[in-house]
Write a protein that binds this ligand. Structure first.
Ligand SMILES: [Zn+2]
Ligand SMILES: [Zn+2]
Length: 268
């Protein structure tokens, strides 16, 4: 077979390029598992997935998908039985109609989300596009929705992080819809309907009640007329205690939204 050789060491050009690429990769990408910090063998060319940044042991933690049985309202999962209302939802008048998700916030999912959110591994959005579309299709294709609204970040936070992770999760949802159904959806993704007007302290380490207080009046609807009588699907990356989505949904309901549902990448 015809081969081109470089001057040095008569190494085939292709081999030389491969070595260079591997050297660059070794410099740019970590050689430690991003979850447990164990040293990784160099990734082979056959594994283009971002998951190669986790060791074999951590990969066995798995990526659990969100599936029944769960609470019809807040999406809290149950071990067995049919879908039903959980104890909290039986008594709590939350402004959220239904919470649904693509994944469960367990196993490797928290690590993957941390990579996405705090280490800006935005190449993961390609995987998330698919996961979000399937979850949307599964749980909300039969629901009349007018607006899809990513939970907004405060401008200060947005400047620090450089991107809104919730907005990235639905950036291609309409395109995926068109590709799947051959028609435009009846809804629109609109990141301007809801604003975050208060820069809140981190929710980490706060109990449920403190989280709610921390977020009080954090959101605002700049123009009520666009919201009145509409059904809104809020989108966020994670739903843990639901304080953030709960406050956002309350603000939308007060502005006249008829129904507010929530779709997240991962439900705790
Ligand atoms: Zn590991
Ligand atoms: Zn519930």
């Amino acid at each position: 077979m015809f081969q081109i050789f470089t001057d040095r060491g008569r190494q085939p050009v292709r081999e030389c390029l491969k070595t260079t690429a591997q050297t660059i990769e070794a410099l740019v990408f970590p050689d430690q598992c991003l979850s447990c910090r164990a040293l990784l063998p160099r990734a082979g060319e056959t594994d283009p997935s971002d998951l190669r940044f986790f060791c074999a042991a951590c990969r066995t933690k798995g990526i659990p998908t969100f599936c029944p049985p769960f609470c019809q309202k807040c999406g809290q999962r149950f071990d067995t039985g049919e879908n039903h209302l959980c104890e909290i939802c039986l008594t709590d008048p939350s402004a959220i109609h239904q919470v649904r998700a693509a994944l469960v916030y367990q196993g490797l999912v928290p690590d993957i989300l941390a990579l996405f959110k705090y280490h800006a591994r935005l190449s993961l959005t390609r995987v998330f596009d698919t996961l979000m579309f399937h979850a949307f299709d599964r749980y909300f294709s039969g629901t009349e929705i007018h607006w899809i609204v990513p939970v907004p970040l405060h401008p200060k936070k947005l400047r620090q992080r450089g991107f809104n992770q919730s907005a990235l999760l639905v950036r291609r949802l309409a395109d995926r819809y068109v590709a799947e159904y051959g028609t435009r959806p009846g809804w629109q993704v609109n990141p301007t309907l809801l604003k975050r007007v208060r820069h809140t302290a981190s929710q980490t380490g706060l109990d449920n009640a403190s989280r709610k207080t921390n977020l009080k009046n954090a959101f605002q609807v700049p123009d009520d007329t666009r919201i009145q009588g509409t059904n809104v699907l809020l989108v966020d990356d994670v739903f843990t205690t639901g304080a953030t989505c709960g406050e956002a949904a309350k603000t939308l309901a007060e502005a006249g939204a008829e129904q507010v549902d929530v779709l997240v990448l991962a439900r705790a």
